[in-house]
Design a protein around this ligand. Structure first.
Ligand code: NAG
Ligand code: NAG
Ligand code: NAG
Ligand code: NAG
Ligand code: NAG
Length: 361
């Protein structure tokens, strides 16, 4: 599916292309494509005079009139063709009978951008000029650098864009937010732009970073819901199931933003193998449940750790699994208390233990 801005862009491109199909000698035509797609550079006679037996010659003006494609009465030459275009350019043989000497450049690259000339040699030479703009429109990426109770420092990065985009921070209603001076660097034609802003708590905590490239009619954005008191609360841990010599543990992190990484660790801090985390989110906040199955260790203490790197926040909870639970079911005669922080965990674990025993004893 295309997003709205992409559709808009396609429409604009189609308009530009349809306008250009009527190119007249001497007129200037602009063709806009996105990097990686194919570009048709139009060059045709309005008289529809046959060009099969004629000569036409495509060149790129900058930097030094490179040979792009050359056709001479049935043959096309690759001899003089510039290295950069090798294997990527072809013409439309069937169109020649209606005076159409257009070419197609496959798999366009940003450096293909520039002015091209198409010289058609009939009774006299006719010259066409076409400007090709190959845009690279990467999506901006938002990072949360720091977040407090009511203030967040946000970074928006656009990397490898061409032409140079205008980058803006906007709030949920589309108003432009004050931001710092953008940091702009470029490698060849491609621009990297970083834009920092500090936002405060508002009722709508949805922020957008919008990159606009007017020359190619392209708009792309990233958005982020900032949950101001979103640092993950202590995980909630408990015993989920008891089978012979193994105990299944559950860890739940609720309402965290940004999305935390959740891990089970043993008392030495080693990460324990766990099941695929179950992740759900609403309004930019995440609920994550992580299950693991443990066997007896010398401490029987296990930690669930939630890490939010973007906001340098780590929180954890531990659970002590009583040694008896690792015995085969026959050995579990009495309900022992399960240490975990929080009364409900203990009750929950005891109940489970109880039901496990009823089931298998
Ligand atoms: C010339 O041929 C190309 C490729 O088939 C086509 O896209 C274009 O519309 C043609 N131009 C005209 C004026 O017919
Ligand atoms: C192409 O030619 C036009 C008109 O001369 C000029 O304005 C434009 O900057 C040129 N484009 C490039 C990429 O050199
Ligand atoms: C721009 O970003 C790209 C991709 O991360 C990186 O490789 C390149 O070095 C950056 N260029 C500049 C000039 O910072
Ligand atoms: C949030 O909304 C409430 C009620 O609509 C309003 O009274 C309050 O001023 C708003 N706060 C901000 C920071 O916009
Ligand atoms: C506990 O584990 C046993 C054996 O793997 C399984 O049959 C049972 O359904 C599990 N009970 C719960 C509540 O997950």
């Amino acid at each position: 599916m295309l997003s709205a801005p992409e559709c808009l862009w396609l429409c604009l491109a189609a308009l530009i292309l349809s306008a250009s199909a009527e190119g007249e000698p001497g007129s200037r035509i602009k063709v806009v494509v996105l990097e990686g797609s194919d570009a048709v550079l139009p060059c045709s006679l309005s008289t529809k005079e046959k060009t099969e037996q004629k000569l036409f010659n495509w060149k790129k003006v900058d930097p030094n009139k490179q040979e792009v494609f050359r056709y001479d009465g049935g043959n096309h030459y690759n001899d003089g063709q510039d290295e950069h275009f090798r294997g990527r350019v072809s013409h439309f043989p069937l169109e020649l009978q209606s005076g159409n000497a257009s070419i197609i450049i496959k798999n366009t690259l940003v450096p293909d951008s520039g002015n091209y000339t198409c010289d058609l040699f009939l009774q006299k030479k006719q010259a066409f000029s076409i400007e090709l703009v190959v845009g690279a429109a990467p999506k901006p990426l938002i990072h949360v650098l720091k977040i407090t109770e009511d203030e967040a420092r946000l970074k928006c990065e656009v990397r490898g864009a061409f032409p140079k985009p205008k980058v803006e921070w906007r709030d949920g209603d589309g108003n432009i937010l004050p931001a710092e001076e953008p940091q702009v660097s470029h490698t060849g034609e491609r621009y990297n732009i970083t834009l920092l802003t500090t936002v405060t708590r508002t009722n709508s905590s949805l922020f957008h970073c919008v990159a606009t490239q007017e020359e190619i009619g392209h708009v792309t954005e990233d958005k982020l819901y900032v949950a101001f008191s979103g640092a993950a609360l202590k995980p909630f841990v408990g015993i989920l199931n008891i089978t012979e010599y193994r105990v299944q543990l559950r860890c739940e992190v609720r309402g965290a933003s940004p999305k935390p990484r959740v891990e089970w660790r043993d008392s030495h801090g080693n990460i324990l193998p766990a099941e695929q985390p179950q992740v759900s989110h609403r309004d930019g906040r995440y609920d994550i449940t992580l299950l693991t199955t443990v066997t007896r260790t010398n401490t029987n203490i296990f930690h669930c750790v939630a890490t939010q790197e973007e906001i340098s926040h780590v929180t954890e909870e531990e659970i002590h699994v009583p040694d008896q639970l690792f015995e085969s079911c026959d050995g579990v005669g009495v309900i022992v208390s399960v240490f975990a922080s929080g009364f409900s965990v203990t009750v929950f674990a005891s109940l489970l233990l109880f039901s496990a025993c009823i089931k298998c004893c």
